[in-house]
Design a protein around this ligand. Structure first.
Ligand SMILES: [Zn+2]
Ligand SMILES: [Zn+2]
Length: 361
């Protein structure tokens, strides 16, 4: 016999049955703002009243580039979420009610070999908000309790939504995967929102950062975020310019943050002997990689995906202590009703990070 354990909420009578949400109905169509049922947290889950949800280039893959979502539309989009816990499912500590949380973009299973060895970011059963399950462009969202992290006092929730993906992803790439050391020379290839986060984190750990992009405005921003040099990424001779600026035969680390075969090849061609290339950008197209060069020069080619849950509190603490600047990344704020206009601006490359502010802090 199974018994149903009821969820506990902050104040049951205050929770509505329906909410406003931005619904993805299929590629090539704008999000529809409509009424949607407020979801119910199951065992181990929490219901979060959303304060902010970041607009991400990943969302544009579904909206514009024909990438299918794992859940068939209609689907609530959005995976960079901060808010307050308003209901807890069975088995979740009721003390979480009312607390401010930052959500990881993916839920984890907690049971697979990767979860159990601390690599939840590549969990074999992870579910991404706004992709496999309904996301955060809504008044409320459900996620697993273990994948929601307490936000320290004094950190604005709107700024935390850029921590949930951009800054934590950059932290995982720079600190965990590339293991960049103070004084190392690092090329960041692609200085969009994620690239600028990489510039910040690599500068924070003491690297000499060379920013590479084709857009002079982005290069200017990279210098403001701590890059030591800005390099024009246009043309076949970009790797030559990077190696010249690096000295010593090339960079010790190159991180590619675009996801194009040409720029991935630029990253590898910029390396000195013994160096490592980090692939953060994703491409379905193959690139050319000369294995003899990898072998004779002992190059390392390393992938990086998202970040480990254990690093969310670390990155929030770095923001709190002023080591990383989340506020400067949030250049545009939109209401839920304006989310399509926000995506239009993101498509045009306006600003750095755009955030939908759905409720007051
Ligand atoms: Zn994102
Ligand atoms: Zn797992």
């Amino acid at each position: 016999m199974t018994t149903t354990i009821p969820a506990i909420s902050l104040d049951l009578k205050d929770l509505p049955k329906t909410m406003r949400a931005a619904i993805f109905t299929g590629g090539g169509k704008p999000l529809e703002i409509r009424d949607w049922p407020v979801p119910e947290p199951g065992p181990g889950e929490i219901l979060v009243k959303v304060v902010a949800c970041g607009l991400c280039h990943s969302d544009l893959h579904y909206l514009d580039h024909g990438v299918p979502t794992f859940k068939q539309p209609p689907l609530v989009l959005g995976h960079e979420v901060s808010g307050h816990v308003v209901r807890v499912g069975a088995g979740v500590d009721p003390k979480r009610l009312g607390t401010a949380v930052l959500l990881a973009p993916e839920t984890t299973c907690g049971a697979c070999i990767l979860c159990r060895t601390g690599r939840e970011n590549v969990c074999s059963d992870q579910k991404m908000l706004g992709n496999n399950i309904d996301g955060g462009f809504a008044d409320y969202v459900v996620t697993t309790s273990r994948d929601a992290f307490p936000v320290p006092d004094g950190l604005p929730l709107v700024e935390m939504s850029v921590v949930s993906d951009a800054l934590t992803t950059a932290f995982n790439a720079v600190v965990r995967r590339a293991q960049i050391q103070p004084g190392e020379v690092v090329a960041i290839v692609g200085c969009g929102g994620l690239g600028l986060s990489l510039v910040q984190v690599a500068s924070m750990v003491g690297a000499r950062v060379l920013a590479v992009d084709i857009d002079p405005k982005k290069l200017e921003l990279a210098l403001q975020f701590g890059a030591s040099a800005a390099i024009d990424g246009r043309g076949d001779d970009a790797p030559k310019r990077i190696r010249k600026e690096a000295g010593g035969g090339g960079v010790e680390v190159a991180i590619e943050a675009i996801g194009r075969p040409e720029t991935q090849e630029t990253a590898v061609a910029s390396l000195r002997t013994g160096a490592r290339a980090i692939f953060l950008g994703s491409s379905a197209k193959p690139m050319t990689l000369q294995s003899g060069r990898v072998m004779y020069r002992e190059l390392s080619v390393i992938g990086t995906l998202g970040s480990r849950p254990i690093d969310f509190p670390v990155v929030m603490d770095l923001v709190k202590r002023g080591k990383l600047d989340a506020a400067a990344l949030v250049t545009h704020r939109h209401t839920l009703d304006q989310v399509n206009e926000g995506f239009d601006e993101l498509r045009k490359g306006v600003g750095i990070r755009h955030v939908a502010v759905i409720a007051a802090e």
